[in-house]
Design a protein around this ligand. Structure first.
Ligand code: NDP
Ligand code: MG
Length: 387
């Protein structure tokens, strides 16, 4: 088997670290082309040295000399700045993990697709903002886009590719997050520390908050819409607190196929890394006798209004998903910094979506303009309802 070159965009994050864990267990199969981070110089330098990466790129240009010093004598080529991340992505490794958080990942993902190789996509925000443009680019450029998000990876494994008419429904499972059973009157006091403590998954801060508001599941509906050609009406959400069934595909004959596993992102990452083959992972094996029972319930749209907002954005299409996503990124960051309250997250996002109604983007640059303007609206509204 030939050695495959790997680029990891967002190498210091939760998904980046899980990816490196798998790659470093098979050093004879993979070589690291480029690793990127935004501010974590120490983390990036350590992993670049360990893996003898060809390139290491830090997003914050002010950190260039710090990274250069940390990698002095290592042989790794150092660069800094957002454009340098996109340039590294454009060099087209055989396999690229897109694990930057937020629409900051959009240009690098598009650059990686232009290389025409395989892009494993964790960065759901870029697909939510620019879904049609991105999937069209992937097919025009001959690139393979593989979903890393556990639900979409599960659907990908169960889906009849090329025969979407056989599908009656795609059912995305949701853990329900840390506040699934919390009474509405206690939700006003939710703190960032509580919100980032997910019951089943260990993830970065932003997606953990999204899981707590259920915005994550809403973004995932939009993500599924772009990845699987069944139409918005055939997408459903089902709460499943154990996070064992990662999602399901219901066929027209009544058969339901599901993918199961322990909640460990290394399983879907390994699926995309080895695809179309399979590879060993160190993940805990699923022991259903020990799990004992699997529970399911309908999502609560009243206590978690973000889910309905995302669903409405999906149905509306055009620029609305990009506006929703950008507003959510700003408000979640404010919540994590203690500048707004948990229950205000969907309220502010809803206001931005209501007030800012640009026409549908035709290019990635249009998406980035819409994203930037939605952020300005979100910051203005945030000021008026600050914590
Ligand atoms: P983390 O916050 O843990 O990591 C984010 C990574 O992106 C870090 O390497 C960070 O660098 C880098 N980064 C942050 N901001 C920027 C920026 N402006 N420009 C370039 N790079 C940046 O996130 P996760 O790993 O949890 O999530 C990554 C993506 O994967 C998200 O889109 C998320 O929704 C998705 N995802 C994550 C899952 C999970 O289990 N964690 C599951 C499914 C999807 P630095 O460390 O220097 O800040
Ligand atoms: Mg997910």
């Amino acid at each position: 088997m030939s050695v495959r070159s790997i680029t990891i965009l967002g190498a210091t994050g939760s998904i980046g670290t899980s990816t490196l864990d798998l790659v470093e267990r098979a050093p004879d199969r993979f070589s690291i082309h480029a690793l990127t981070a935004q501010r974590d110089v120490a983390g990036l330098a350590a992993v670049a040295r360990r893996t003898r990466a060809r390139r290491a790129v830090i997003g914050d240009p002010a950190l260039y000399s710090e990274l250069s010093e940390a990698l002095a004598g290592s042989g790794t080529i150092v660069a800094a700045g957002a454009q340098a991340i996109t340039d590294a992505a454009a060099e087209g490794a055989d396999w690229t993990m897109a694990a930057i958080v937020g629409t900051a990942g959009l240009k690098p993902v598009m650059a990686a697709l232009a290389g025409g190789r395989t892009v494993a996509l964790a960065n759901k925000e870029s697909l939510v903002s620019a879904g049609s443009l991105m999937t069209r680019a992937a097919s025009d450029l001959g690139a393979t886009l593989l979903p890393v998000d556990s639900e979409h990876n599960a659907v990908f494994q169960c889906f009849p590719h090329g025969s979407a008419e056989r599908v009656r429904k795609i059912i995305l499972t949701a853990s329900g997050g840390p506040f699934r059973t919390m009474p509405a009157d206690r939700m006003a006091a939710i703190t960032p520390a509580q919100a980032v403590k997910h019951p089943n998954w260990s993830m970065g801060a932003k997606i953990s908050v999204d899981s707590a508001t259920l915005m994550n599941k809403g973004l995932e509906l939009i993500e599924a819409f772009h990845l699987f050609p069944v139409g918005a009406d055939k997408l459903d959400v089902l709460v499943h607190p154990q996070s064992v069934v990662h999602s399901m595909v219901e066929y027209v004959d009544g058969s339901v196929l599901a993918q199961l596993g322990t909640p460990d992102m290394r399983t879907p990452i390994a699926h995309t890394l080895a695809w179309p083959e399979r590879m060993e992972t160190p993940c805990a094996r699923l022991d259903l006798a020990q799990v004992g029972r699997l529970d399911f319930e309908a999502p609560d749209f009243d206590r978690f209004p973000a889910l309905g907002l995302a669903l409405a954005a999906l149905r509306e299409g055009g620029a609305t998903p990009a506006v929703l996503n950008a507003a959510n990124e700003v408000v979640v960051a404010a919540f994590l910094e203690g500048r707004t309250r948990f229950l205000d997250i969907p309220l502010i996002v809803a206001k931005v979506v209501e007030r800012y109604r640009p026409s549908a983007p035709a290019t990635i640059d249009d998406v980035l303009v819409i994203d930037g303007e939605a952020r300005i609206f979100a910051r203005e509204i945030l000021e008026t309802v600050a914590a």
